[in-house]
Design a protein around this ligand. Structure first.
Ligand SMILES: [Zn+2]
Ligand SMILES: [Zn+2]
Ligand SMILES: [Zn+2]
Length: 136
């Protein structure tokens, strides 16, 4: 059990969710992944846990802000540990690294733009594609 998996399970317990054995196994596999992963990859890393349980748990972890969903440029979906709270992603197309960032001013502008279009904004996500500092 890594410290990363410990803190994720803590966040889950704080959210009022029981950390069952399958959930713990999934959290452990996520901590070991060390980067963005697909549900298929996660499923193959926890062979003892049923596929439906992996899907349900990933959904729960996303709602509990333990994981965030990352949409790659080709539209495919990855998951990775979230730093929690609302944020955006810088996605490197060379090495696949996903870096989080947040900017209250940017969010203010997004709300302002939606508002002036008469649009009632419920949520937004922002993925930026390019090359990270080490790949550029
Ligand atoms: Zn994120
Ligand atoms: Zn990179
Ligand atoms: Zn935002």
């Amino acid at each position: 059990m890594t410290t990363q998996a410990e803190s994720s399970s803590e966040r889950l317990s704080v959210g009022g969710h029981r950390v069952t054995a399958p959930r713990r196994a999934i959290l452990d596999a996520i901590a070991r992944a060390g980067g963005p992963f697909t549900i298929e990859e996660l499923t193959s890393r926890v062979p003892a846990v049923g596929r439906a349980t992996v899907f349900r748990t990933v959904k729960l972890l996303q709602e509990s802000e333990v994981l965030c969903r990352v949409i790659l440029e080709d539209g495919s979906v990855r998951y990775q540990l979230s730093r929690g709270g609302h944020h955006h992603h810088l996605i490197c197309s060379e090495c696949g690294t996903v870096t989080d960032f947040s900017d209250p001013e940017l969010d203010r502008l997004i709300h302002e733009n939606a508002g002036s279009a008469g649009f009632q904004l419920d949520a937004h996500s922002l993925e930026l594609y390019g090359r990270c500092a080490s790949c550029a």
